[in-house]
Every structure is written in structure tokens, then in C-alpha cells.
Ligand binder design. Structure first.
Ligand SMILES: *[C@@H]1O[C@H](CO)[C@@H](O)[C@H](O)[C@H]1NC(C)=O
Ligand SMILES: *[C@@H]1O[C@H](CO)[C@@H](O)[C@H](O)[C@H]1NC(C)=O
Length: 265
């Protein structure tokens, strides 16, 4: 009885994902309205988003930087464009969350320590962390430089097999984009992701926050991007649902101790 459903999903997903260009139904964002936004560059290629959380730390997803040396990572700050201008800061230390596993949604966090202290401007400014977990259904904003297209392999396997093809075939955004989404309950989020029967990822809990809004959300290279409510950091994108599934974020408030103890230096 499930087989036709699975088949339908496999056939339908790529079309759904490719048909609609995403950060999904977003607007361009001026960096002055999101001065905490950082583009994470790995081996000279735009890989992910991140958030400036102090004068020398950028928070991103572990998946973006795990396995790479600090020398191969840079961040681009202070620009509303995705691949140009602003300033580039070198990274001298990478701290991947000790409980990160690529098989899980949770603990997908890494801290990047800049080699030099950042100088705060209107366009480069750390974001405060939220002090309260948002209610279900409340509004939040996600900002990202991700390719506004997703595909079946991205969604199911979370592998970047197709990233080369993606860059050639799909338009990567020139400008930073943002969109408004709504917080989804933990229970519904877990249920929505479970619908893919062979899906193995686990770990939707108090350490994560999900969002879902019809036709809106994050996709592909938006990973690491900040989820923000009233100018406070609520989440860092762990797993994009490409508006087919809920987007799953690390719950910043659930990682207070880890963040405090790893940003002292
Ligand atoms: C911040 O300003 C100081 C003093 O002008 C400078 O030495 C330093 O390189 C600047 N930092 C960055 C990341 O540009
Ligand atoms: C989302 O961004 C818009 C545009 O900048 C802003 O008006 C709105 O207040 C933000 N919403 C939240 C929940 O932060």
C-alpha cells in the first residue's frame, strides 16, 4: 500500500523542488538589516551561511566545515551581494560540536574563530542570542545566500553530489535573500520528516527548532543560515527542507553552555 506513495514522492519531489526557485519566495535583503550575516567560503567556494555572534566568532553548521582545516575557510562579511565585495576574514580555529553526527539533525553547529577581531560597522555586527524559545506558529526570518533551487538528492541524501551541476544549471543568487517563515511544533516536524520511509536521520528534539511555511523556506546552500526573531538569533540551519519538508535548525538556546564555554577566548 505504501509503494505507490513512495513512488509518487520520488517522482514528484524533483519537479516540485526544481520548479520553484528558492530561498524560497524571498526578497532581497540589505546587509544593514542583517549585519550579522556571514557567507562561509570553503576552498574558495561559497558553501554556507553563518551568523556573527561576537567580535571573533562566527556560528555555522558543522556540516559546512567538518573535516576542513581553518586555513581552507574564510568568511565574507558586510555585503548584500553573495559572491562579491564586503570584507573577507580569515579563520584561525574551527570548533565542531563534539556531539555532531552527520546522521543526525541535532548538534549541527560549528564555531569559526576569526584570526583578527572584527570591527563593528553598520554592515558588520554581532547578533544577540535569543533568550526565549519561540512559540509554535510564531514568525521568524531566515536569511541566506543559498542556491535558490533544491533537488531530490539534496533533500533525501543531503549529499552535494550535484553541486557542480547545480552551479552550472541553476542560477545562484547574486543578492542576499530572506523570507518570513513560521515555527513548527517539534511533533509535527518529526512526523513530516518521517514520511520519507527510508529516511535515516534522527534527532528532532529540544536541541532543534523547525519552521514551515507554504512555498517558503530554505534550500541547498542555505545551510548554516541564521533564523532570527526580532533581531535575535534563534537558530542555525541544520537541514533544509526545500519547502517540501520542514526546515530544521539548531536551537541556539539549547546550546547556551556549549556556546558560552567555546567563545571565551
Ligand atoms: C580592525 O581594525 C584594526 C585597527 O584598525 C585592524 O588592525 C584590523 O585589521 C581590523 N580587523 C579586520 C578584520 O579588518
Ligand atoms: C522579518 O523581517 C521583516 C523585514 O525586515 C521585519 O519587518 C519583521 O519584523 C521581521 N520579523 C521578525 C519576526 O523578526
Amino acid at each position: 500500500m505504501l509503494a505507490p506513495l513512495i513512488l509518487l514522492q520520488i517522482v514528484a519531489l524533483p519537479w516540485l523542488a526544481l520548479g520553484d526557485q528558492r530561498i524560497i519566495n524571498g526578497n532581497t535583503v540589505n546587509i544593514k538589516d542583517a549585519p550579522w550575516y556571514a557567507s562561509i567560503i570553503v576552498n574558495s567556494k561559497l558553501k554556507c551561511g553563518g551568523a556573527i555572534i561576537s567580535k571573533n566568532y562566527i556560528l555555522t553548521a558543522a556540516k559546512c566545515v567538518d573535516g576542513y582545516s581553518a586555513r581552507s575557510i574564510q568568511v565574507r562579511l558586510g555585503t548584500s551581494s553573495c559572491g562579491t565585495s564586503g570584507s573577507i576574514a580569515g579563520i584561525c580555529k574551527v570548533k565542531v560540536h563534539s556531539q555532531y553526527s552527520s546522521w543526525r539533525f541535532d548538534n549541527n553547529l560549528a564555531l569559526l574563530k576569526t584570526c583578527e577581531l572584527l570591527n563593528t560597522t553598520d554592515e558588520i555586527k554581532p547578533i544577540e542570542r535569543a533568550d526565549k524559545v519561540p512559540d509554535d506558529n510564531s514568525r521568524a526570518n531566515v536569511t541566506g545566500c543559498g542556491g535558490r533551487s533544491g533537488n531530490f538528492l539534496d533533500l533525501i541524501l543531503d549529499l552535494r553530489i550535484s553541486s557542480g551541476i547545480e552551479e552550472k544549471c541553476f542560477q545562484l543568487p547574486v543578492q542576499l535573500h530572506g523570507t518570513q517563515v513560521r515555527i513548527l511544533s517539534q511533533k509535527q516536524c518529526a512526523a513530516d520528516w518521517k514520511v520519507i520511509p527510508f529516511y535515516l536521520l534522527k534527532g528532532i528534539s529540544d536541541l532543534t527548532i523547525c519552521t514551515k511555511s507554504p512555498g517558503k523556506g530554505a534550500c541547498s546552500t542555505d545551510r548554516g543560515s541564521p533564523l532570527v526573531i526580532d533581531n535575535k538569533l534563534v537558530g542555525i540551519l541544520s537541514r533544509a527542507g526545500c519547502s517540501i519538508k520542514p526546515d530544521v535548525y539548531a536551537n541556539i538556546l539549547g546550546h547556551t553552555n556549549w556556546l558560552d564555554s567555546n567563545t571565551k577566548d
